[in-house]
Design a protein around this ligand. Structure first.
Ligand SMILES: *Cc1c(COP(=O)(O)O)cnc(C)c1O
Length: 335
């Protein structure tokens, strides 16, 4: 299936009033640093606290009239989006997860009205249960990124940004499975072909970056990161988000955990925004000077706010944060 701007325009109609029109605000101190205006698209303001609601609503809306329900394996923002979207349409949602998932995450998904199915002790075993529900109970599995309706839903962010600011020169997109970057790049480049769209990931376990470099989907070792929403693979059988990111992104850039730590402090102290590590990779790349020089306004997406407040408090107070065997050394915020 070839995705086009018209799929994103159709998605916009389906999500209207539920997940659209988030604020798009200037960040004066970042603008000063970049020498160009910098704008933040505040997807942390979504009802589930992250942009994933857009794709999930569009995918659920596209199901046939007689659909029996939906399933997915994400314990993070995609799981929340699917739960919310299914409830909005009065459909059953089952989120499969392994016994290792923390209780807080299980509760968060349940509170949004989804059934939680605990199965096995790994993501693979949870995945097997989700597949079984599709076969035996007629549910439909929704991929967090490799699904045309999900990509088109995330693409509505690109539409909104370009409509508000047709003069954008560059968009910095946090990059994991690539549904967000593919959708935004598709929308933005259809409207303004000369725009540059850059995908940004953490340097520990960046699956899409490694896959684009290799020319095909590859697996990377998954390690703990402050940008935990950017972890995980892209699927060795990836059909859509890999080719779209490969063809549409102008570049992919990596940032370190230390740079993410500092960018979280910056967004908090300068813009007064509480956001996940995944959201600030664009800001981190900008401040660390890893991007081409902007020739006009730059935008980045603040993708979500669902983070561990204990870790966040350590970061804004300048304390060390342990990520498995990697310690991110604390330091007080300095502009
Ligand atoms: C899912 C997610 C991303 C990355 O989106 P992909 O489509 O997987 O590339 C970025 N930030 C947050 C907060 C997310 O939940």
């Amino acid at each position: 299936m070839a995705l086009t701007l018209s799929d994103i325009l159709a998605a916009r109609q389906r999500i209207r009033g539920l997940a659209d029109a988030t604020p798009f605000v200037p960040s004066p101190h970042l603008g000063e640093r970049a020498g160009q205006e910098v704008l933040l698209k505040l997807e942390n303001m979504q009802p589930i606290g992250a942009f994933k609601l857009r794709g999930a609503l569009n995918a659920v809306a596209a199901l046939p009239e007689d659909a029996r329900g939906v399933t997915c394996c994400s314990t993070g923002n995609h799981g929340r989006g699917v739960a919310f979207a299914a409830r909005a349409r009065g459909l059953r949602a089952v989120v499969c997860m392994s016994a290792l998932v923390p209780e807080a995450k299980v509760e968060g998904i349940r509170r949004l009205g989804a059934e939680v199915r605990i199965h096995g002790r790994s993501q693979d075993e949870a995945q097997a249960e989700s597949r079984r529900l599709c076969r035996e109970e007629g549910l439909t599995e929704i991929s967090p990124f490799d699904d045309p309706h999900v990509i088109a839903g995330q693409g509505t962010i690109g539409l909104e940004m370009l409509e508000a600011r047709p003069d954008l020169d560059m968009i910095l997109v946090p990059l994991s499975g690539g549904g967000l970057a593919a959708g935004i790049a598709l929308a933005a480049k259809a409207i303004r072909p000369q725009i540059r769209v850059i995908g940004i990931s953490m340097d520990r376990g960046a699956a899409m970056h490694a896959s684009i470099r290799a020319g095909h989907p590859v697996e990377v070792e998954e390690v703990a990161s402050l940008a935990d929403s950017l972890g995980g693979g892209i699927g060795l059988d990836n059909r859509l988000s890999f080719p779209l990111c490969r063809d549409l992104l102008d570049d992919t850039v990596l940032v370190s955990e230390e740079e993410i730590y500092h960018a979280m402090q910056r967004l908090y102290y300068e813009d007064r925004i509480v956001a996940e590590g995944a959201c600030v990779v664009g800001i981190a790349a900008l401040v660390a000077g890893r991007l081409p020089a902007p020739r006009g306004p730059v935008a980045t997406v603040i993708t979500g706010r669902n983070l561990d407040m204990g870790v966040f408090t350590r970061i804004v107070t300048g304390q060390d944060v342990a990520l498995g065997d990697h310690i991110v050394k604390g330091r007080a915020y300095e502009p």
